[in-house]
Design a protein around this ligand. Structure first.
Ligand code: 5GP
Length: 113
């Protein structure tokens, strides 16, 4: 797998604004926020994308999802929020390391663009 910017952030080789971290996930603010709160959550066990989660064990994937929920809880998005996985070319995925976008702090639109 290619070494991505998120691998470097996880190894703390590149600075990031970490908002939540535990044994399973790292959550940090997106450098180009699309909402008042925009945080990226990555699992510490890497898969290249949402479409590669099959390469991880169900337990690891489950702990990742729970980590996303814990990060959202830590952010205090009581009015609600959106969780987005961009996948592949049509999904506009730009970083080949699975990541959930947590977007909140404003009313979302539907359908998404
Ligand atoms: P994608 O388009 O792959 O779903 O999302 C990648 C996200 O990573 C984008 O929202 C982009 O702004 C963010 N991003 C790219 N490079 C960096 C970086 O160096 N630091 C941080 N914090 N976010 C980044």
């Amino acid at each position: 797998m290619e070494d991505t910017i998120f691998d470097k952030i996880l190894r703390k080789e590149i600075p990031s604004d970490v908002v939540y971290e535990d044994d399973d996930v790292l959550a940090f603010r997106d450098i180009n926020p699309q909402a008042p709160t925009h945080v990226v959550v990555i699992p510490k066990s890497k898969a290249a994308g949402f479409d590669r989660l099959q390469s991880l064990s169900p337990e690891v994937v489950g702990r990742y999802m729970q980590g996303v929920a814990r990060a959202a809880e830590k952010l205090g998005l009581g009015e609600g929020y959106r969780v987005v996985f961009n996948v592949g070319r049509h999904g506009l995925q730009t970083v080949a390391y699975v990541h959930a976008h947590l977007l909140g702090g404003r009313m979302m639109g539907w359908p998404p663009g």
